[in-house]
Design a binder for this molecule. Structure first.
Ligand code: HEC
Length: 114
């Protein structure tokens, strides 16, 4: 009975870890969609073949943003994205949307395994 319980706990733990990784990926996908909708008019938002830098924009590419990504910077960007910048329209991104966008930008960072 106890062992069966432990086995169950182990399975739930494994499922939890897989779920967390899946969630991380899902967030990045959501973030990509949000970036396409709200950010691509000014920012080069990715490094896929179809991604093109908008003409005459001084906005940094998200790859450039991702290159200097760390925990402190992530924190600062979350704050930064909570308010409009440049001529960025007031989007009022929710905290969840900001987290999704940052998860997406983070995947552009070129760290091993990404
Ligand atoms: C109307 C144009 C415009 C739109 C739309 C826009 N941005 Fe920007 N963004 C800029 C400009 C211009 C800069 C650089 C100048 C500045 O700092 O204000 C910038 C800078 C940034 C930076 C760099 C901040 C830093 O500290 O280096 C990030 C991150 C960023 N934008 C994210 C976003 C995200 C995410 C979206 C979509 C939700 C978005 N931007 C939409 C124009 C825009």
């Amino acid at each position: 009975m106890r062992l069966a319980g432990l086995g169950f706990a182990a399975v739930m733990l494994a499922a939890g870890v897989a779920g967390a990784l899946g969630a991380e990926r899902g967030m990045a996908q959501m973030g990509r969609g949000l970036a396409e909708t709200w950010c691509a008019s000014c920012h080069l938002i990715g490094n896929e073949p179809g991604d093109k830098a908008p003409a005459a924009s001084e906005a940094p590419s998200f790859v450039a943003v991702a290159e200097k990504f760390d925990a402190a910077r992530r924190e600062a960007l979350a704050t930064w994205l909570a308010t409009p910048h440049g001529k960025m329209p007031s989007l009022s991104l929710s905290r969840a949307e900001i987290a999704d966008i940052l998860a997406y930008i983070e995947t552009l960072g070129g760290a091993p395994g990404r």
